[in-house]
Design a protein around this ligand. Structure first.
Ligand code: ATP
Length: 135
């Protein structure tokens, strides 16, 4: 079976690099896509979500923030602010981030609150908690 390479890059460098993926499942802003070797070249925006890569018959689960993916027939390059393997997610930290964001969002009358940033922080925290269930 031919395989496809994956590289997930953040401002801290490459955080998930694998030469031989059987399939990579990504959540784009248009919906979920599965990518195998030979995929037509594509660029897409990613939403905060999970990335699943099947390696040696097993799925590896990875949480990503929003960003972009470049798909080439032999390689998938993901550019995101942050990404973590399911087993590396600190669930206590994510729960605290979720509570912080929720309480900021409840303070609706405070003009200083940047609701959009709080909503994104909430989505990142919920996503980390969801992905960590696959560890
Ligand atoms: P927090 O408020 O807890 O920092 P955040 O969503 O603002 O959460 P990010 O800015 O997305 O955090 O990420 C900053 C760095 O911390 C990245 O390297 C990311 O991988 C890591 N990180 C964030 N939350 C977690 C977590 N719950 N478990 C493990 N690593 C995390």
């Amino acid at each position: 079976m031919s395989t496809i390479a994956l590289d997930v890059v953040t401002p801290n460098g490459s955080v998930f690099n694998e030469e031989d993926c059987e399939i990579i499942i990504l959540q784009t802003k248009q919906g979920e896509i599965g990518v195998m070797a030979g995929h037509v070249p594509t660029v897409a925006a990613l939403k905060i979500g999970s990335l699943r890569a099947k390696i040696d018959g097993q799925f590896e689960y990875f949480a990503v923030t929003d960003g972009f993916v470049e798909i080439r027939p032999e390689k998938v390059s993901v550019l995101v602010q942050a990404g973590e393997f399911a087993e590396d997610i600190d669930t206590e930290r994510a729960k605290q981030a979720k509570e912080r964001a929720e309480s900021l969002l409840q303070q609706e009358r405070d003009e200083k609150i940047d609701r959009y940033r709080a909503e994104l922080a909430l989505r990142r925290a919920i996503n980390r908690l969801d992905v960590s269930k696959h560890s």
